[in-house]
Design a protein around this ligand. Structure first.
Ligand SMILES: CC(C)(COP(=O)(O)OP(=O)(O)OC[C@H]1O[C@@H](n2cnc3c(N)ncnc32)[C@H](O)[C@@H]1OP(=O)(O)O)[C@@H](O)C(=O)NCCC(=O)NCCS
Length: 381
């Protein structure tokens, strides 16, 4: 029994949430193209889609959105206060702080975790989807007094962008954040979502499963890549220096340029085609083309470098969310937490699917044993 490295192309379960059509560079959530979703729907509708498998009607969306906003607004003060704990917590990466406050929040729910019904889990999922963005805003320190800005008549995204206290002329930041949230919401059996499924199959609670996804996402091969992309772009500094920088960086053994490569896509990541023109427009508006031009220069460099190689290395989403967030004025350390705040809707969808749709058996693969043959213990004299 020889394992497949990285479990590439091994079907490890069924899902109705997401279809990666890598041959045509298309991505669908529950049958809807991401291009249509970003054009016609708010993130809240996509979050609903992840939980229910169908898009909401207008009235269902209104009720769902109001519910999310109330859920966020009602985040217990004890959770908010846990952010004020002093060192060593103060210096921790926001991803670490996020995991602590998610756990603190989970503990405030009076719902028994051991035998939750679908209704219980849906309630908890709505709370997670509503509160993670707010937790990220609080981690940014921008709106410790977030209650002052909260408006129950606005959407979750509108309230969230306000609480980040970033420029939002004409609602542009809200529109772009909505797109980024939709594009990051779900992506089939990626490492983080698969971690959630494994945890769900062991019948742990939804908070513990989400924390499994969160810990996996922060890896630099996964969600942590968006932060790494921006750090590299800042080091590169100007588009003209891209080639020299990459030549040097990639000459190191095992070096991987963040924002490039993918376990599934070889032709192109469909989310990039949506993001690239938006980043270009935003750069024009902000009169700052530097990050857009560096991203394009990186794409050209990597295309040239992988020409003739067996595995092309197209850009992935993180190459383009990094300059998007940066141009919006979001601190780099919040990039990966923001990814988590968007992906939590997909994680909840996976959790519900494993437990309540397919009632999957515990996920328990086998290993190819390559250790020592059975041998005798020699006791210490
Ligand atoms: C995403 C990723 C983990 C996928 O890995 P993978 O498909 O298993 O690919 P491997 O790491 O096995 O690499 C296969 C080949 O492509 C090269 N490669 C893959 N990603 C690369 C990158 N980002 N930069 C440079 N070379 C890369 C490897 O050097 C290797 O070349 P070789 O066969 O000549 O040794 C990997 O591309 C990566 O680490 N990317 C950077 C981090 C990132 O952007 N993550 C976000 C993913 S959405």
């Amino acid at each position: 029994m020889e394992p497949k490295k990285g479990l590439r192309d091994v079907p490890a379960g069924q899902t109705r949430l997401c279809l990666l059509d890598e041959a045509n560079s298309e991505l669908y959530y529950c049958g809807y193209s991401i291009r249509d979703l970003v054009e016609h729907y708010p993130y809240e509708a996509v979050a609903y889609l992840m939980l229910h498998g169908e898009l909401p009607s207008e009235s269902e969306l209104k009720i769902f959105t109001r519910r999310l906003v109330n859920n966020a607004w009602n985040m217990p003060q004890v959770v908010v206060k846990s952010l004020e704990l002093k060192t060593p917590f103060t210096d921790a990466h926001p991803m670490d702080k996020l995991s602590l406050i998610i756990r603190a929040d989970g503990n405030t729910h009076g719902i028994p975790f051991s035998t939750p019904s679908l209704e219980n889990n849906l309630d908890l999922a709505k709370s997670l989807i509503a509160r993670l963005p707010l937790m990220v805003a609080l981690l940014g320190g921008a709106s410790r007094n977030y209650f002052d800005y909260f408006d129950p008549d606005r959407t979750l995204m509108e309230n969230f962008v306000d609480s980040l206290r970033i420029p939002n002329e004409g609602g542009l930041a809200t529109k772009l954040m909505n797109v980024a949230f939709i594009l990051y919401a779900e992506h089939e059996f990626n490492a983080g979502s698969f971690a959630v499924r494994v945890a769900a199959s062991a019948h742990t609670d939804i908070y513990s499963a989400v924390l499994g996804g969160l810990g996996t996402l922060r890896g630099t091969r996964h969600g942590g890549a968006n932060e790494e992309v921006m750090k590299k772009m800042l080091e590169i500094g100007t588009p003209e220096k891209t080639r020299e920088y990459c030549d040097r960086f990639l000459s190191q053994p095992g070096a991987r340029l963040p924002g490039f490569g993918h376990a599934v896509y070889t032709i192109g990541d469909p989310r990039v085609a949506v993001l690239r023109p938006l980043v270009k427009d935003l750069s024009v508006r902000k009169n700052d083309m530097r990050w857009y031009e560096i991203a394009v220069a990186l794409e050209e460099y990597m295309a040239e470098r992988s020409r003739g190689k067996s595995k092309p290395l197209p850009a992935n989403t993180d190459l383009w969310t990094a300059p998007l967030y940066h141009l919006l004025g979001i601190p780099i350390r919040l990039f990966t937490p923001l990814f988590a705040a968007s992906r939590v809707s997909g994680w909840c969808g996976h959790y519900l699917e494993v437990r309540h749709v397919y009632n999957e058996p515990i996920l328990r693969p086998r290993a190819e044993y390559v250790g020592s043959a059975p041998r005798k213990v020699i006791p210490h004299s």
